[in-house]
Design a protein around this ligand. Structure first.
Ligand SMILES: O=C(O)c1ccc[n+]([C@@H]2O[C@H](COP(=O)([O-])O)[C@@H](O)[C@H]2O)c1
Ligand SMILES: Cc1cc2nc[nH]c2cc1C
Length: 363
């Protein structure tokens, strides 16, 4: 694990990243055994609550608490960043939509605000690299740079910038954990960000551009061809070293992708579960696990996005989504919808009667 970041140099940010990665612990096996034993005592045929039972056991292992006293406090961290590769004509929408949507997240009118309200979660919006000026009292400003460079012509960012974005994400997760949040969802906003996500997945998944490039916000056939070409060119121009996750992430990634990878590492280091949203979020999770393999058991997949490549990214992580709703919005919308299932899993363990207490005969 250390090898991945040792080459980052001994900057303060590099050391912070290494320390967070090192502090990720294994799941608590004893808590998991206790939760599993309790599930088998509850008035239901063993295993009959299916994936809800798996979820309950894993939550016990993540938090180290077999039966939680109350539901976890929830935060959707929406990281926003812009992408130089938009110059290649890879999105159906103009770049100014990124800051415009950030303002909507802060005003409460975006889809994620509605779904977060419905599911009892806080939306935390972070400017990690939006192009142009953005200021709002509720916006967390952690800007590393005002958007990436065009990866089809050179590195999207420097190694140091990628490390700073990762550390910004780690610190956001740590601050939220300090404030009592115990369950995180990854959300993002960044016009053009399905293109770097596809490039990262192509490299880490050993896949061709055509297998991982999809229509994103809804680009037409000509745009799809430009997008595939941009991914192929970005890989050819940058020649990322597959064995060095920071090299791949900095050359082909995005600031919000690195920031979310940091959120995942930070949450895992605090023993908090992280619900992964769609395509971009899943690629961020892949980045996090490349840097910190110990983060993987802290991940909960939410939904299967319509975006081509999402299923492949999930499979690479060994994750199975819970919902298939045909969504492809991002922002953390699919992840927020899984919060009630997580609360339900905890509620079953906490509130169901046992065969003994309810006087029900065992099979
Ligand atoms: O989460 C997904 O699976 C997803 C799939 C397609 C598009 N998006 C969102 O749409 C934007 C990226 O799309 P594009 O076409 O501009 O690359 C970005 O803001 C994402 O949040 C998100
Ligand atoms: C309007 C709009 C909202 C979004 N939310 C996440 N990505 C988005 C892309 C667009 C274009």
């Amino acid at each position: 694990m250390l090898g991945a970041t040792a080459a980052a140099g001994d900057t303060e940010a590099g050391e912070k990243l290494d320390a967070a990665i090192r502090s990720i612990g294994a799941l608590d096996e004893a808590a998991m055994r206790e939760a599993a034993a309790r599930l088998d005592q509850l008035i239901k045929p063993p295993g009959s609550l299916g994936r809800l039972e798996e979820l309950a056991i894993r939550l016990a292992g993540i938090t180290g608490t077999p039966v939680a006293e109350r539901p976890l406090r929830k935060a959707v961290v929406v990281m926003a960043g812009d992408h130089g590769v938009c110059d290649e004509g890879v999105s159906a929408f103009p770049q100014e939509v990124t800051p415009q949507m950030v303002l909507n997240f802060l005003q409460g009118g975006a889809a994620i605000n509605v779904l977060a309200r419905q599911t009892g979660a806080e939306v935390v919006c972070v400017d990690i690299g939006v192009k142009g000026d953005l200021a709002h009292e509720r916006l967390l400003s952690r800007r590393v740079r005002g958007g990436t460079a065009n990866m089809a012509r050179g590195a999207a960012m420097t190694r140091e910038e990628a490390i700073r974005a990762l550390v910004a994400g780690i610190e956001v997760a740590e601050e939220l954990a300090e404030r009592g949040y115990g369950l995180f969802a990854t959300g993002e906003m960044g016009i053009g960000n399905t293109t770097p996500s596809a490039a990262l997945l192509a490299v880490w998944g050993g896949l061709e551009a055509k297998e991982v490039v999809g229509r994103g916000t809804g680009i037409d056939d000509a745009g799809l061809a430009r997008k595939r070409e941009a991914v192929e060119r970005a890989i050819a121009v940058n020649r990322p070293d597959e064995a060095d996750p920071l090299d791949v992430l900095s050359k082909l990634g995005g600031l919000e992708i690195a920031g979310l990878a940091g959120v995942i590492i930070g949450a895992a280091s605090r023993r908090c579960p992280v619900v992964i949203d769609g395509f971009i979020s899943t690629v961020a999770a892949l980045a996090a696990c490349k840097l910190a393999p110990g983060a993987e058991p802290y991940l909960i997949a939410s939904h299967l996005s319509e975006e081509r490549g999402h299923g492949l990214a999930l499979r690479k992580l060994g994750l199975a989504p819970m919902l298939h709703l045909g969504m492809r919005l991002g922002e953390g919308t699919g992840a927020a919808l899984v919060f009630p299932l997580i609360d339900a899993a905890g509620g079953v363990l906490r509130e169901m009667a046992t065969f003994d207490s309810a006087g029900v005969s065992k099979g």
